[in-house]
Design a protein around this ligand. Sequence first.
Ligand SMILES: *[C@@H]1O[C@H](CO)[C@@H](O)[C@H](O)[C@H]1NC(C)=O
Ligand SMILES: *[C@@H]1O[C@H](CO)[C@@H](O)[C@H](O)[C@H]1NC(C)=O
Ligand SMILES: *[C@@H]1O[C@H](CO)[C@@H](O)[C@H](O)[C@H]1NC(C)=O
Length: 543
Amino acid sequence: MKLLIAFLFLLSLLLTKQPVEPGMACPLGTFAISLIIDVAEYESLSVEQVLDKLCSYLPSEMSDPCNKFVDKYAKMIIEELKTDDHPDTIAQKIGLCPMDSQCTLFPQKQRIYFQKNSKSRYNKSEQELKSVWDKILGELKKIYEKHDPIVDLDGDHFSDSKKLRGSYWRGKDCDDLSRSTFPGKVPNSGDKLFDSNCNGVHGRDENKINYEDRFCKGTQPMGTMVIGDSIGAHFHIPVQFFQPDQLSNGILKDNLIDLIEMEGDWPQKSWVTGFDTTPNDLCEGTVNSIYLKMLERNRCNHRNYQNIAVNGMSSPNVYDLLENSLTESLQKESYPVFGLFQLFGDDICLSMNITQLPTPQQFRDNVVKSLHQLDSVLAPGSVIFVMSLMDGTRPFKILHDKPHPLGHGITYADFYEYMKCNEISFCPLWLTTNETERAYAEKLALKLSQQLYDIVENEKFVNFETRFVDTPQKEIEEVFIANGWDLLKMYEPVGGFHPTQLTNYWLADLTWKKINSLYPDLIPPINPHNQEIIDKFGDQGGF
Ligand SMILES: *[C@@H]1O[C@H](CO)[C@@H](O)[C@H](O)[C@H]1NC(C)=O
Ligand SMILES: *[C@@H]1O[C@H](CO)[C@@H](O)[C@H](O)[C@H]1NC(C)=O
Ligand SMILES: *[C@@H]1O[C@H](CO)[C@@H](O)[C@H](O)[C@H]1NC(C)=O
């Protein structure tokens, strides 16, 4: 039964926008019931046996909300499964979904026992159901509310622990007790005594020359930064979580808490600030990033990266994000930033219907305000590359008739519509069978990109220059086609929207190439001392 909870948690991660809405009970419960049936089938067990066993699949931290849920629903699910094998209707009958729900996921033909007007046999009041949900969701909420490192003793926004917005997001703090030691800082007294910017270069040579002065001074070190959305943060739900054989191998037990603490994101492997090149089955594929390219050019940039990207980030919220994440006094002590500003589509995706879409002017005002906030904190000499919105119609075009990993003949079009119907879609106007809506949303996206271009052309900032970069989505498709790779592999299999690790690789590669060919004067020079730094300092303290 714990699997059920796992799925509630897991699928809440799917919901990059409002991960803790009570309205999620219905879809999450439905997915969970489907999984229980699948696991029972896969392991040739009775549903009772599966429910008993499922607890062991989940991390111990989740046992409490899980048990509460089991107490409420296990008997009902077992009872219903005797006469019904249709997850949609079971979820309705036990009160997880409204009886009149218009949203169903599983093919109608499986509805063997479904009687359209059958009343729930259970007397649970809505109030009672709500209180269970509030408890479960309340625990999730705690994790999601903050986007700053939880473990940050000196308040410099950098941390020496990895998760919870720590060093997977921003370079590891090599002294989390000192506010004057953090990655990206212009060093104190040439880092003669200690490594004040955590880049691994410090101390003095045999002639009493500071290594920072010898190897880094005048080499134009720059920090890599991304301000953006779930694509910048690299949102990714491992497909293994949906595979019954993997569940019995402890995949959720070992990884779920980590993923929740990471908000479902993998910034350490992301296309702008990724640095973790060690293979990981749960996020397979080669890591390539703007940061790794900046590091390759200049080893003095080691650990100087900041991932300020949040799932669901759209233009009205960037200002607050920047205000909370960047402190003027700290940034002014730092090297300038080589930054990417990317809002690939949440201004479109947060709208449930076309009347809610923002106007180009609203979008423009929000972006300009945010960029001025950024201008007030960054060190002079920075550069911000403003990326165009993605073509959000591509995932649907590529995936819509392909089978979704949930199985049972469900296609991506079914999955998208189900998520939309439950008001939890990643992007209701792009991921929909309604062609009018897709086209309308895309037309607006082009207008918003035009606004970004116009901002870059016309707005002036004190501490950074801006340049426009057309997001190389089409070029990535061309690479896939040229290599004979299925375009299906461009997007995350579970959600069917976010770029895969492979796409992230090419997003980094082609964006970097674009910047190099369009704006070569803004690429900082290669540090001639790179090999000496490697010889002297090895891996520079790692990450
Ligand atoms: C539901 O309530 C009715 C009357 O209020 C009662 O007769 C019935 O036993 C209850 N059913 C359950 C499953 O508690
Ligand atoms: C659009 O969504 C809003 C909020 O959910 C709702 O109030 C409004 O009626 C919807 N408009 C249309 C045309 O569906
Ligand atoms: C498609 O979307 C448009 C705009 O929201 C709406 O007016 C129309 O009824 C929708 N078509 C279908 C078939 O749902």
